[in-house]
Write a protein that binds this ligand. Structure first.
Ligand code: TXA
Ligand code: MG
Length: 351
């Protein structure tokens, strides 16, 4: 059994990160420790990307399978050139348009990157975040920082320092608290090593905006069943595991807006009759089911994304049995939002 550590949470200014706090975090990270910090997407669990023993601690803390590689975060182009064997003009177009920001490029790795960081793969996933705390931490430490989302594997990603503490108290020495994250869902991961780039994980930057820069890209096969029936989804390999899951059972209702609202009301009544504690997540302010709580998700894709994981976690802290969620449409970052919801869900009802 690993001894537990005392977890310190330090509040830090997200616009002008306090020097002394960054220095403290860097000291820990330079000595092979793990530090949780905010990025613009979700909180990350950071370690020196070039230090295999620090990286092995990340896998251990998260309970993450060792073949699931970790994203490496950088703050300048010189570091990128050291980490990869080649950067194409097409890669550069994405970099110029979206970095710093929520898109992660999968590129061929160089020899300096330890295998444990990339889960044994010959490629590396790399991004330049735009959160000022993250950038200050990377710049001052002087090395690239590998950071998966700072949650226990399978739980919703953390968008607040308190979420990190809920999952990792006693497991990390320091959490930098920079407030709620700006985007709320993780970065888009795109494999640039192929003739036509493939989006492996939809995220903060939509397929549509990437295509505006470099032309056609594809979604990975495992994502293609997303907007069709649940049966199809369960057949595609990458989607058979639940992720992003609160302890509550998640049910998505999608289809025509009027029928969806009626179905949510009907389902809520049925679940309440069965004695269940029910929470609704909806994009419709006029929907007033007789649930134990109704969480309004927002009326733009940006606000829905920003609140998404916090909404799921809130249901857990309220000891909800079933969360019924109103599906949204799949355009732009709606695709990434529905991807997270479907991975959290036990069931999708289409009406
Ligand atoms: O927004 C984000 O990307 C956040 C923040 C902290 O930067 N990080 C994050 O990391 O979500 P994580 O570890 O939770 O997700 C990384 C994803 C995984 O799906 C992993 O399989 C994929 O990126 N990935 C990492 N390296 C890869 C590689 N070399 N090839 C293919 N996929 C890779
Ligand atoms: Mg994650």
């Amino acid at each position: 059994m690993k001894k537990t550590v005392k977890t310190e949470v330090l509040r830090i200014n997200s616009q002008r990160p306090n020097d002394s706090i960054i220095a403290r975090a860097c000291k820990l990270i330079s000595s092979g420790e793990i530090v949780a910090f905010p990025t613009e997407t979700v909180y990350g669990l950071g370690a020196n990307a070039l230090d295999p023993s620090a990286i092995s601690k990340i896998y251990q803390i998260k309970g993450r399978p060792s073949d699931n590689p970790i994203i490496v975060h950088i703050a300048d182009m010189k570091t990128l050139r050291g980490l990869v064997s080649e950067i194409s003009p097409r890669d550069m177009r994405i970099i110029k348009k979206f970095w710093p920001g929520p898109v992660t490029l999968v590129l061929k790795k160089s020899n300096i990157v330890p295998k444990i960081t990339t889960g044994g793969l010959g490629t590396i996933a790399v991004r330049m975040p735009r959160n000022k705390i993250a950038l200050a931490l990377i710049k001052r430490s002087g090395f690239p920082i590998a950071a998966p989302s700072a949650n226990i594997s399978g739980r919703p990603s953390p968008t607040k320092a308190s979420h990190v503490k809920d999952d990792l108290d006693g497991k990390v020495k320091l959490i930098l608290d920079g407030g709620s994250t700006e985007i709320g869902i993780e970065s888009t991961v795109i494999d640039m090593t192929l003739r036509t780039p493939v989006i492996l994980r939809p995220g903060g930057i939509s397929k549509e905006s990437i295509e505006d820069e470099i032309g056609e890209v594809h979604f990975h096969d495992s994502l293609l069943g997303l907007s069709t029936s649940t049966k199809r989804i369960n057949k595609s390999p990458g989607m058979k595991y639940r992720h992003y899951s609160p302890s509550a059972r998640v049910v998505i209702v999608e289809g025509s807006r009027i029928r969806v609202k009626a179905k949510i009301i009907e389902l809520t009544e049925k679940l309440k009759d069965e004695g269940k504690k029910v929470s609704i997540m909806t994009t419709s302010k006029s929907l007033k089911p007789k649930a134990d709580s109704v969480q309004y998700m927002g009326n733009t894709l940006d606000t829905i994304a920003r609140n998404l994981f916090a909404n799921l976690r809130k249901a857990d802290s309220d000891h909800i049995d079933v969360i019924v969620i109103q599906g949204i449409n799949y355009n732009n970052t709606g695709f990434a939002i529905m991807n997270r919801l479907k991975k959290a869900a036990a069931e999708t009802i289409t009406v």
